[in-house]
Design a protein around this ligand. Sequence first.
Ligand SMILES: [Zn+2]
Length: 495
Amino acid sequence: MVELYHSDCRKILMFYTEYRPQKFNELIGADHIISAITGALAKGLPAHAYFFYGSRGIGKTTTARLLAKALNCENPTNSPSFEPCGKCQSCLSIYNGNHLDLIEIDAASNRGIENIRDIKENVVLAPSMGKNKVYIIDEVHMLTTEASNALLKLLEEPPTHAYFILCTTNPEKVIDTIKSRCQQFQFKRPTINELKQKLLKIAKDKRFEITEDQIQKISKSAKGAYREAETLLEQLINGNSNVIGDMFETNSDYKYLGEMILNSDVASAIEHINKVYTDGNNLEVWTEKYISYLRGLLLAKVGVKNLSGEFLDQDDGFMKKASLDLIQKMVKRFTQALFEFKTAIIPTLPLEMALIDLLIENIPDEKPVSSAPLEIPVVSRDFPYKKLIEAVKPHNHSIYLILYSCDVQSFDGKYLTLVAYYSFHKERVMSMKVKDIIQAEAEKLIGSPVVLKCELSDKKLDAKKLTDKNLKSVKEPMDIEEVFEKVFGDDMEES
Ligand SMILES: [Zn+2]
């Protein structure tokens, strides 16, 4: 919807429409595109087909309508560069959205071959009121294959009075043969400064005193889209100062959850998610935003300072305290949750499961290991287990072999928990002397004290699998009988 009506039927325009640039020189941050287009217009040689691509709300259709205006203007100026007059009947009709020769098609809802056939029948007719017929096809990637091929035919031999402007957020989904018939322009997200410029201009025009802080917050929150920024500013000017508060609210919401995750407080984290839900939030949307927030932290954490149009908070408290590994796991696990919403019986369940997965992993593990699925041995990537085995070897050859038949269950920087599949292995590993050797060697590897724990799995790996695994892991060739005897024999000596 581009227009709103008050109860008194006085037509008002939304900011995004009201402040839609009406001249090429009002477009911010698209200089290379504008100079190419106006240059061709000035020479009287505009292309018959254009392909505009880039993300939402950054000026593709605005530029397309300006181009349509320029192609039909009765008194265009050419100094210093080509501009439509903005005053002739044609310009005014386009501004008011009722020009008969500007045909806008939303391909998302008009995807089929019959829609392109309609254009084909219509395009040959002479323009009704202007010089040229202009077709803007938005979200052109949504057309069916049949429709795309029909469109291609149209682009190959357009009548001289017909111009096509194809817009899309997904250029890779448009067939190459269509793209190659068009002059292609990529629209970039505006930078924070470009957004600020635009907001200041509107605020000044509306005689609204906006603080630097408000401008800054709206620019950051708009995530590189003019449309989003202008909608937020409009709400603010219309007296909804909560719009700024809401931005804070969402953020403090995340920060609160972050604290609970850092404290491994799974119960409070789940209660919080349920509160978010009962407060009336759509959890799917909430999760999308949360993932986007986490992504920002992840990028900031690895040192990315500047993304065009995006703000990366370098001072986020959660980012500073959480490990890169944890944030990465959170992004992965919450993304998985996003796919689970569709089939969830209880709306909060996907997030609850995600939190349990994430937090139980972080708690030093006290639960009996028998409940964990251990069919496929889990080896912690963080702990150099093979190096430990090699380091233990000079002390005690049989322990070295027993360690090969165990797995690392977890390592949290201090507690190293192994899983043994046989009780006598566990007893051996945890006997005081052996335990001391393992802990001492582990400390040398990690550089800080390590406390060894060993859990017994109730799942027995079958002997074949275990032997294969052992032999694969051992560098030097070894006699299979010897391995069996040493690992499973009862006659092991104390070192
Ligand atoms: Zn005009």
